[in-house]
Design a protein around this ligand. Sequence first.
Ligand SMILES: *Cc1c(COP(=O)(O)O)cnc(C)c1O
Length: 386
Amino acid sequence: MYRIGQEEKDAVARVIDSKKLFKVNDEAQETYHFEEELKAYFGTPHTILMTSGQGALTSALIGMGVGPGDEVIVPAYTYIATAMAVVAVGAMPVIAEIDDTLMIDPADIERKITDRTKVILPVHMQGYPCNMDAIMAIAKKHGLRVLEDACQAVGTSFGGKLVGTIGDAGAFSFNYFKIISAGEGGALLTKDRSLFERALIYHDSSAIAYFGNQLESFTTAPFCGVEYRTNEITAAILREQLKKLDGIVHDLRKNKKLLCEALGDKAKLIPSNDAAGESAMNCTLRFDSAEEADRFANTVSGATVPINTGKHIYSNWDVIMAKKGAFHPLMDPFRMAANRAPDYTPDMCQKSLDILSRCAHFGINPDWTEADIEARAKEILRGLQV
Ligand SMILES: *Cc1c(COP(=O)(O)O)cnc(C)c1O
């Protein structure tokens, strides 16, 4: 979380003074306005603010009608929450390789498609966009739906379009580690009315009680859901955060450009699916060997080899790898007769493990001064010489 201060304090005070902290109050206030502002910013007809990014992913899959018997293709490099959302709806995550961009490899998506595949779930990691042209073409060819995990990429674009709005649905996270934040929070974006209706019913166990008027216009019959409903304080903070997004992305891009210019051709960046569209919160360098990447990460403060980022690597998704899909055996998708349990092995995406071992990344700060950038460039250039 980079920029938060007086505006957010005032927003929280506004909600507390109103004594209306519940999303569903008589005159819908902060949540209603935030959702309207989000729709306007992203040019999307439907959105739901909720408690988390994983909640948004799960609700989107429910919205698409995904369940037992279905397969969803996810990348080998993403936070475990992506795969957990698939299991949460009773479906099977099928894990695909990444390519040199560190995003899901479109060629491997095609290889992983079976007669059970319903959804492709590309993940825009660390503000880098996936190759959405290739992914949308594959989805069209095979009649699949696309859910974009844009939890780490609010404000990133691909081919001039904001990610999260290109597929059938997109999910954002506003937890503490993301580009804009309320500590926790998530949002679902979609142009699909029926997906929206199902996700709305699912994400709020009280939808039937509180959205009475809205539900009358629904074509979806109500069903039992869970509770991912947001609150007015989160929404009020996020209204201020959204106003800051353009400024943050602008300054991240400017600072990454200045840093890269100072590094010159000594630093080899990973290839990008759309360099201009990156939100530039991150800089990733590639190396000829894992040893070189390790040496660099050990010398440069804040630099990390992605293979060491724990639960972002499929082979460390312990509960998924162990096929422990639920709190009760009869509820466990990995044991359901409708599903074909996948054959996961730690080395099944060896290409991804190799790529993730041969690069190193570090964060960009939107508030760096020119002197900070110069000092950072010097440290990185030193790190490249060891
Ligand atoms: C953060 C994150 C999530 C989950 O977001 P929460 O708000 O913590 O539930 C999902 N996918 C990716 C890629 C993430 O980085």
